[in-house]
Design a protein around this ligand. Sequence first.
Ligand SMILES: *Cc1c(COP(=O)(O)O)cnc(C)c1O
Length: 380
Amino acid sequence: MGLSKTIWANPSEFLRTQQPVDPVMFFAPAVLQSTARRFIDGFPGLVTYAVKSNPDEMVIQNLVAAGIAGFDVASPAEIEMIARLAPTAAMHYHNPVRARHEIAYAVSMGVTSYSVDSHSELKKLIEIVPAGAEISVRFKLPVSGAAYNFGAKFGATVDKAAELLRVVADNGYVASLTFHPGTQCTDPMAWDAYIRAAAEICRIAGVTARRLNVGGGFPSHRLSDQLPQIDAIFELIGRVADEAFEGTPPALVCEPGRGLVAESFTLAAQVKGLRDDEHVFLNDGTYGSLDELPLAGMIDRLSVVAPDGQRRFAAPEPRIIFGPTCDSVDRLPGEVLLPGDLAEGDYVLISGMGAYSTATNTRFNGFGALAIETVMRLDA
Ligand SMILES: *Cc1c(COP(=O)(O)O)cnc(C)c1O
């Protein structure tokens, strides 16, 4: 593909004219920018972007163009990239466990916002980060509602969070709170429980939090008949923050990854073979950009385009789909409905593929040559 800057009308125009043999991600900047504006207009506070969900530079540039002015970064490499592409943006270093050299690098790059979930890591921050910076205590609750739970790795209990918040305030840092309800969180009540717990932590600690970061976790559209209720979640967050903090809530921040970026990419994977008319083998799989499907669940927003660009519409039949590698876990969850006239060489298009896909693609078994092409529209 080289440095070609071609912008295609839609995925089928590219597929018909280029006949790619490796998987292709189609990126629609217009979709990303309109999603970003929906968050900026609807969320009752500052919208930042969790870089890890898709660190493509075009993604960052389009988010900046749409007005996103803050980024959740988790590593020196992400800090370096955001400093380069969005020099005036705020960086929130919200990976709560960092090596000392990583903290020192962040300080040298002007990062003034950190998260923490333990006494040992707070001690490191206090040693290295100048007072006056913001330290957000990350807490967790035993609530469900997400596709998978981030609380399994990060977050202090309510009581420990109150202790940490006190230490943060006592050492001259701006004390804030942060949580992540778990990714692809389709139950708005998870935010309700977390925001009320945040108010409880402030009461126990006797500390007024400056800001409350309500995490990522905003769901993307994965199942055709389940539209994500983003506006209802925004409304609930604003209302519950007012109630829980009795009319004087901390300034709110969110840090979506998936909810911002997923909808702006569609994957096209080619059918390599229909093994004895039973199993579909694609040129992309769980070691490639479909890495997340076994964890987060299937996306059923599929369409099939023949090599001539025509969509296939025959009655759907359930199929088992395998990826290209020789590993038997390289299989998509369950059985997938695909048009009965599916043929070798066809392209299977999967919508809503922008998050945790290009970033976790591997070269295992020699596959994973994934191209990204820019399109005006994603509907084929
Ligand atoms: C991964 C992550 C996010 C983004 O989560 P999504 O579910 O993709 O919105 C936000 N904040 C932190 C701290 C994260 O680790």
